[in-house]
Design a protein around this ligand. Structure first.
Ligand code: ADP
Ligand code: MG
Length: 553
């Protein structure tokens, strides 16, 4: 069959480009089957797509490396990177991802069978087929890549095991957090800073993390055994310290602690609970029918803040909406950085309270809602705030970063907080969030085009969803995944006109748990990664055409 494939390519040489279509279908090579799924109509169109399958006995990986779902994901993550390394200067392309080991369509290990999905730019000269180059790519390079991914010599076995066991440890660590009463863990020796704002690899020569003794905990992991590090307890955690001392770097590492990182990343043992959501101000975004009344009592426009909509939110209203939306979609840990927060939503100090009466200020600052949010909703917050001491009053623990070293300064902060500033709290409770019912017409079902613009935006048919303010999106493949998942939810009737935003993303998460990547897209043609339910909700919330048909509490 491989011979027939070669002959077909040779016979095509010089023929008009459209004849590539005859490659569609399944071809069996020695050791694997190749399915050509989609053929580009011309040399300038998006790459053609193909799928390689290697059966379990041929792939030959021991079952212990793939029987557990977390191990299967890790093994796939290793294999796709091994394939990618072999693909320099090739017409073949595989979406291996970067520092995070995501569940992605490009490689899956199911019951020991390995599925690899690639793009190929089918070569042409003008509008005619270059069959010789196509033959080189598909008949020589491709088997070579498959071989590279599946190679199972002694040295590779050690590397595969290291990768799989590291990911399994990260996953285990994250799962242990609730039982330990922790929301996050940062291992001693972890390397948090990155090389640059555009290079996610670890900084070389950075200061490794060392935990303050009072917060040090040790945790047993399935492969590494006992590790020590800083445990961040539930409640309110304040991170203080001078500018440039590493506060945001620590928070950023926590944001990405919802993902598992590749060995050597430096954040392999930096985790937070999976229901952690970073919130920030994002002026200009759309907000649709969100109850922001805990934060905003009345607006100069007279609009109802319990049912608040705008196509152009301000910094403070966008952040208020982001917090309420996160709680609505089930977040139990919020992360906030002063660098990306709206000052007037964060603080209102004693002097300002004296000068501007409460009746003249629509905003209730987060400092007065952060504790009620924990008491009434069980939502913990980790907050970076180097510029105002008012949060000392409400913090359970205060962490100071001093030249990249973390110190527990809770006792000193509590002493300071005992001296009154004259500031009065402006809120007693955080009322229940109102759940919004999604109108099914919000998302087209006619297979709209889904396209990622990096990690910044998603194109869904005619509309564009801005995702720049959704900072836990780390990979363009997740953006594609969000788009496909929204369409899939609409097509399969998950948006039934009764489900709320929270119920829609919950149904999606349940489907992912059952069917993996197929829950996002059943046709597997393009590259995508499985998004978290929170980012799915975030995209839904930012959809310019989102319609809400009612409320439930
Ligand atoms: P802050 O938020 O306190 O102002 P940042 O977290 O933005 O500080 O860090 C300031 C700079 O220090 C950044 O360039 C960052 O890469 C670097 N940095 C952070 N943590 C470390 C570390 N542990 N070792 C070396 N450099 C670091
Ligand atoms: Mg900062």
């Amino acid at each position: 069959d491989e011979r027939a494939f070669r002959q077909e390519l040779r016979a095509m040489h010089g023929a008009s480009y459209g004849r590539y279509k005859s490659l569609r279908g399944r071809w069996s090579f020695g050791g694997f089957t190749l399915e050509v799924q989609r053929v580009q109509p011309d040399p300038f169109a998006p790459a053609s797509r193909c799928e390689v399958r290697v059966t379990e006995p041929v792939a030959g990986f021991p079952a212990e490396l793939w029987r557990e779902p977390v191990r299967a994901r890790a093994l796939a993550g290793y294999l796709v990177r091994a394939a990618d390394r072999r693909l320099r200067d090739s017409r073949l392309r595989v979406d291996a991802g970067r520092q995070q080991v995501l569940d992605r369509s490009a490689c899956q290990v199911v019951g020991g069978e390995v599925v690899l999905r690639l793009g190929i730019d089918l070569p042409g000269r003008g509008r005619t087929i270059d069959g010789r180059q196509a033959e080189r790519a598909l008949c020589d390079e491709l088997p070579d890549v498959v071989e590279a991914a599946l190679r199972w010599a002694a040295a590779d076995q050690a590397r595969v095991r290291e990768f799989v066991e590291s990911v399994e440890d990260t996953d285990s660590l994250r799962r242990q957090l609730p039982g330990l009463g922790l929301i996050a863990f940062v291992a001693d020796g972890a390397m948090l800073p990155r090389r640059s704002g555009v290079d996610e690899r670890p900084m070389t020569g950075g200061v490794p993390f060392d935990s303050p003794e009072s917060l040090r905990v040790s945790v047993d992991l399935p492969n590494r055994g006992r590790v020590t590090g800083m445990g961040v307890p539930e409640g309110i955690t304040l991170i203080v310290g001078g500018g440039f001392h590493g506060k945001s770097t620590l928070l950023r590492a926590l944001e990405f602690g919802v993902y598992d990182h590749v060995p050597g990343d430096g954040r392999e043992l930096v985790v937070c609970r999976e229901d952690t959501v970073k919130v920030r101000a994002e002026d200009g975004r759309r907000v649709h029918r969100v109850d922001v009344s805990p934060f905003v009592s009345h607006l100069p426009t007279g609009s109802d803040t319990a049912d608040f909509s705008t196509d152009n939110a301000s910094g403070s209203t966008s952040q208020a909406a982001a917090i309420v939306e996160a709680v609505e979609s089930g977040a139990k840990v919020l992360l906030v950085d002063e660098d990306t927060a709206a000052t007037n939503l964060m603080i209102r100090d004693a002097r300002m309270q004296a000068l501007v009466a409460k009746s003249a200020e629509p905003l209730t600052p987060f400092v007065d809602l952060i504790r009620p949010l924990h008491a009434a909703h069980g939502v913990s917050t980790v907050l970076v705030m180097g510029g105002s001491g008012d949060y000392m009053d409400v913090a359970d623990q205060v962490l100071m970063l001093d030249s990249y070293h973390a110190r527990d300064v809770t006792d000193r902060a509590k002493q300071l907080a005992a001296q009154p500033t004259g500031r009065r709290s402006e809120a007693e409770t955080f009322p229940p969030v109102r759940h919004r019912v999604v109108d099914p017409r919000s998302i087209p079902t006619d297979r709209p085009k889904v396209r990622a613009r990096g990690v910044d935006a998603l194109t869904l048919g005619e509309s564009t969803v801005e995702l720049r303010g959704v900072e836990q999106v780390v990979d363009p493949a997740q953006v594609t995944g969000i788009g496909l998942a929204l369409v899939s939810c609409a097509r399969r009737g998950v948006l039934d006109g009764r489900r709320t935003v929270a119920e829609v993303v919950e149904a999606f998460a349940a489907d992912v748990a059952e069917r993996g990547v197929a829950a996002v897209d059943e046709r597997y043609v393009g590259d995508f990664a499985v998004p978290r339910p929170f980012e799915l909700a975030a995209a839904l919330n930012r959809l310019r055409v989102l319609k809400v048909s009612g409320f439930r509490t």
